[in-house]
Structures are given as structure tokens and as C-alpha cells.
Design a protein around this ligand. Structure first.
Ligand code: MN
Length: 285
């Protein structure tokens, strides 16, 4: 099932370019539930919600997908976890950048560990990226993003996928420069998530998905998640070895080669197999 959040925090199911409003079902599921703790309440109850929604073919009164404003599919994750340098060709590319200017050489993911992006950077595709330092280099990075579905603490690879609620397209927008990675990547609007969440049952093998990103009419990134250094399972094991992952937490799994500068007026077109496609506008701050 493809679940979106749209307009004024409404919940929808996406099917054949139509959106079916299931906000009433969500509100019924959340009624009387406490909102304590770090879990996103909707993601924490996603299995129950999906069950209540039932057969998508029986839903009625859709609106065209093109008529809604898509928000981040997760409203309030406790963490945006991200993998640095998780594709070999991107590591080579960043080493070339670092040889030519001030960016340090990128260490291996096992050495560097994961990093965090501020949750306040999170937006959906309709909101647009607002470039804060246009005189500096700001890059696009398309990434498979996974959403944690249940509390995960020290989870081994064998069981790791049991903890995934679903998958989205993530854009890890990046200001290049000497500051700490989490600082440069936490600017407001620099964490895009969308266009919807595809529930994990529709993607049994997340380690074999084609992902692409174009700027305007030019294709920049075109790769497959099978070329990741750390697989999806290993990323969950690695991050949950350090901290508890809560329902709604997002893991950005790293970007392949082809990153390039973006400028106000650009349109980013991102696509991941079995998830979908989204367009995101780049604007001046
Ligand atoms: Mn990244």
C-alpha cells in the first residue's frame, strides 16, 4: 500500500494517480492513544491502520494525485539517521572533490559511523528546497529511505527487515564545506522525504532497486541499491547497535555517484523502482 500525507495533514492511499482520503480511519486508530515516547503515532500503528483500510479497490471518492500537496509521509520522526559514503563510485567521486579543495577525504562507513540530520530539516516534495547559502556549493543526493516500524535496539541482520514499516525516496541535500557533516546537512528543508510510504510487503528485496535523479531534463544519478557498501540489513544492525530506533525514524541509506550542484529555479526529479517518482522545486531562501 502507498500511504501519503497531504494538504493539511490528511492521510491518503495512492493508487493509479488518485488519492483516497483515509484521514477518518487514522483518527479512529489514534483515538484514546497516548502520545508519549519517541514513536510517531501513525507509523507505530501502521499495521492496524492498513488492516482497517482494507481492500484499496473498495475505496471511494478519490481526488487526482496532481491536485494535492504532498507532505513528508512521516510527520514527526525522532531521528533522521543517514549513511555517509555507502556506494563505491560515490566514494571515488568525493575523493576527487577533496583533492581539489577543502573537503576532507571521506572515511569508510565502518570507520565514520552514521550521522544525524536535524528533524527540523524534514519536508515533503510539495514544499520545495530553499537554498540557504547560494554562493556555496549545494548538492543533491538521492537515496533510498527506510522507515522504522517498531522499536529496534541491537537488532541483528537476520531479523532487521522485520523492523521496517516501508520505504520512501529521500533527498539528502548537502552544503559542501569544512563544517561537520550533520551541521551542513541539517539546514531547514535539506531533508526531503516522499512522495509516499510504500509498505514493506511491496518491496521484499530493498537491496535491488534502481534509483535515479535528474535535474531539469538532465539525468545525473542512475544506480542500484545492490551496489551499496552496507546493505539495508547491515545499516539497521549498525545504527541500532548504537541507539534505539523508534517507529517513524528514517534511515537515509546513502547516495550513489553523480551528485552535482543545484540552483534556485531547478527542478529535481527523483525516482526509485517500486516506490514512484517525485518532483521537488529548488528555491531561493
Ligand atoms: Mn547522503
Amino acid at each position: 500500500m502507498k500511504i501519503c500525507r497531504f494538504n493539511d495533514n490528511r492521510l491518503g492511499v495512492v493508487q493509479d494517480n488518485q488519492v483516497y482520503d483515509v484521514t477518518a480511519v487514522r483518527d479512529q486508530v489514534l483515538r484514546g492513544q497516548s502520545n508519549d515516547g519517541w514513536a510517531d503515532p501513525v507509523i507505530a500503528r501502521l499495521p492496524e491502520l492498513v488492516k482497517l483500510i482494507g481492500d484499496v479497490r473498495k475505496l471511494r471518492d478519490p481526488v487526482p494525485l496532481a491536485s494535492v500537496r504532498l507532505l513528508s509521509p512521516v510527520k514527526r520522526p525522532s531521528k533522521l539517521v543517514a549513511a555517509p559514503t555507502n556506494y563505491k563510485a560515490h566514494i571515488t567521486e568525493m575523493q576527487k572533490v577533496s583533492a581539489s579543495n577543502t573537503v576532507r577525504r571521506s572515511p569508510d562507513i565502518g570507520e565514520a559511523g552514521m550521522f544525524l540530520k536535524a528533524t527540523s530539516a524534514l519536508i515533503g516534495p510539495s514544499e520545495g528546497i530553499r537554498l540557504r547559502f547560494p554562493e556555496r556549493r549545494n548538492d543533491h543526493e538521492v537515496e533510498l529511505a527506510l522507515i522504522i516500524g517498531k522499536t529496534a535496539n541491537q537488532v541483528g541482520q537476520a531479523k532487521a527487515l522485520d523492523y521496517v514499516a516501508g520505504y520512501c525516496i529521500g533527498l539528502d541535500i548537502t552544503l559542501r564545506g569544512p563544517e561537520d557533516r550533520s551541521f551542513r546537512k541539517s539546514i531547514d528543508t535539506y531533508a526531503v522525504l516522499g512522495p509516499w510510504l510504500v509498505t514493506a510487503d511491496e518491496i521484499p528485496d530493498p537491496d535491488n532497486l534502481q534509483l535515479k535523479l535528474g535535474v531539469n531534463n538532465e539525468l545525473h544519478q542512475d544506480a542500484n541499491t545492490k551496489d551499496m557498501v552496507y546493505s539495508i540489513r547491515r545499516l539497521i544492525e549498525f545504527s541500532s547497535a548504537f541507539y534505539t530506533l523508534h517507529p517513524g525514524d528514517v534511515i537515509y541509506t546513502g547516495t550513489p555517484s553523480g551528485v552535482a550542484p543545484i540552483r534556485p529555479g531547478d527542478t529535481l526529479i527523483a525516482e526509485i523502482e517500486k516506490i514512484g517518482r517525485m518532483e521537488v522545486a529548488v528555491k531561493a531562501a
